[in-house]
Design a protein around this ligand. Structure first.
Ligand code: SAM
Length: 333
C-alpha cells in the first residue's frame, strides 16, 4: 500500500499555513455513497475520482485511505503552492495525478490524461487558509501585502492592475454583484481616488473610511475584498463550468459533492441540482405542454457542519455541502 501518512501533513507546516479541511468525513462519505465512512473498509473502493480543489489535500488524503490500489485520484488546483504539495503527494502515491489548471477545464484536462468517465467529483470552493494567511498573496485585509488576490499567480492580472484601469462604475458593479455590498458606489469612488494599490491594509482602510455602516464583529472591507477576489478569479464562472461538465463526466451512479462558503455559490449549486433532478425546468412550467427533461441527478442532499466542527474551526460556520448521485433517467416524452 502507498504510504500516504509520510507526506507533508499539517504537522509539518508552519502553523499559520495549515488548512483544516471542512466537512471532511461528510464529503468523502458523500463521494463514496455511504452515510458514514465507518461503513467502509480502508483501501476497499475502486474507481476514478477527482478532487477539483486540492488546497493542502485534506479531502484527498482522507479519500485515499478508502481507495484501493487500482483506483485513481486526479487533483486540480489553480494555486502553484497547492500544486507543489500535491506533487509531493503524487511522488509518494502512484494513484494520484496532478493538474495545475482551473477546474473549469476539467473535461479537457481529464481527456488529455485518457480519462473519460469518473466515479466521483468533489470541490471545496473558495480560498484556503494558507492563501488567506500569507499576506503577500493579497487576499487578507488584516495582513499587509500587494493587492494581488490571484489564486493562480502564474497567469492573469492582479487586482491592483485591474483597479488602476477600471472605471468607478464598473468597480461599483463588481462590489455589488459579487460582494452584495450596498454601499458599492461610495466605496468604488473612494478606491478610485487612491494614488496606488500597493497595500492591502491601505486599501482596507480606504474602504473602512468610505463605508457608512460598520457592523459589529465584521470588518467593513469584508464584502468588498470578497467581491474583488471572486471577480479576479472568475470564481462563479468556473463553478458553473465545473457543474455543467459534471453531467457528462460522471458515470451513472457517480457522485458529485461540492462545499461552498457563501450564498452566491450555494444558490448556483442548489439551482443546478434542482434543475437537473426534477425532470422539468422552472422556466418552462408555464408552457401548455411542459417538456420532459432528463433527470441527470438523483437524491440531492445538503449537509451542514456540526456545532462541534464550527466550534473547532470557525471557517466552517458558513459552509454548506451539497451533492447528488448521477442518475440516467431519460426524459419521458
Ligand atoms: C478551500 S481550499 C481547498 C482545501 C482542501 N479541500 C483541503 O482540504 O486542503 C480551495 C482551493 O481551491 C483552489 N481553487 C479555487 N478555485 C479553483 C478553480 N477554479 N480551479 C482550481 N482550483 C481552484 C484554491 O486555489 C484553493 O487551493
Amino acid at each position: 500500500m502507498n504510504d500516504v501518512s509520510s507526506i507533508t501533513t499539517a504537522s509539518d507546516m508552519p502553523k499559520q499555513f495549515v488548512h483544516t479541511a471542512v466537512l471532511l468525513d461528510e464529503t468523502v462519505a458523500m463521494l463514496l455513497n455511504v452515510k458514514k465512512l465507518t461503513e467502509l473498509e480502508l483501501a476497499s473502493v475502486s474507481g476514478v475520482y477527482v478532487d477539483a480543489t486540492f488546497g493542502r489535500g485534506g479531502h484527498s488524503r482522507r479519500l485515499l485511505e478508502f481507495l484501493d490500489e487500482s483506483a485513481r485520484l486526479v487533483v486540480f488546483d489553480k494555486d502553484p503552492e497547492a500544486i507543489e504539495v500535491a506533487q509531493k503527494l503524487a511522488a509518494m502515491d502512484s494513484r494520484v495525478q496532478v493538474v495545475h489548471d482551473s477546474f473549469a477545464n476539467v473535461a479537457k484536462d481529464l481527456d488529455k490524461l485518457g480519462i473519460g468517465k469518473i466515479d466521483g467529483l468533489m470541490a471545496d470552493l473558495g480560498v484556503s487558509s494558507p492563501q488567506l494567511d500569507d499576506g503577500s498573496r493579497g487576499f487578507s485585509f488584516m495582513k499587509d501585502g500587494a493587492v494581488d488576490m490571484r489564486m493562480d499567480t502564474t497567469r492573469g492580472e492582479p487586482v491592483s492592475a485591474w483597479l488602476a484601469r477600471v472605471s468607478a462604475d464598473e468597480l461599483a458593479d463588481v462590489l455589488y454583484q459579487f460582494g452584495e455590498e450596498r454601499h458599492s458606489r461610495k466605496i468604488a469612488r473612494a478606491i478610485k481616488a487612491m494614488d496606488s494599490y500597493d497595500s492591502t491594509l491601505q486599501l482596507a482602510e480606504v474602504i473602512k473610511q468610505a463605508h457608512p455602516n460598520w457592523q459589529k464583529g465584521k470588518h467593513p472591507a469584508t464584502q468588498s475584498f470578497q467581491a474583488m477576489r471572486i471577480f479576479i478569479n472568475n470564481e462563479l464562472g468556473d463553478v458553473d463550468a465545473l457543474l455543467e461538465q459534471s453531467i457528462e463526466l460522471l458515470a451513472t451512479g457517480g457522485r458529485l459533492a461540492v462545499i461552498s462558503f457563501h450564498s452566491l455559490e450555494d444558490r448556483r449549486i442548489k439551482q443546478f441540482l434542482q434543475r437537473h433532478s426534477r425532470g422539468y425546468y422552472d422556466e418552462e412550467q408555464h408552457l401548455p405542454i411542459v417538456p420532459a427533461r432528463p433527470k441527470y441527478f438523483a437524491k440531492p442532499k445538503r449537509v451542514a457542519p456540526t456545532q462541534a466542527e464550527i466550534h473547532q474551526n470557525p471557517r466552517a460556520r458558513s459552509a454548506w455541502l451539497r451533492g447528488a448521485v448521477r442518475s440516467d433517467e431519460p426524459a419521458v416524452l
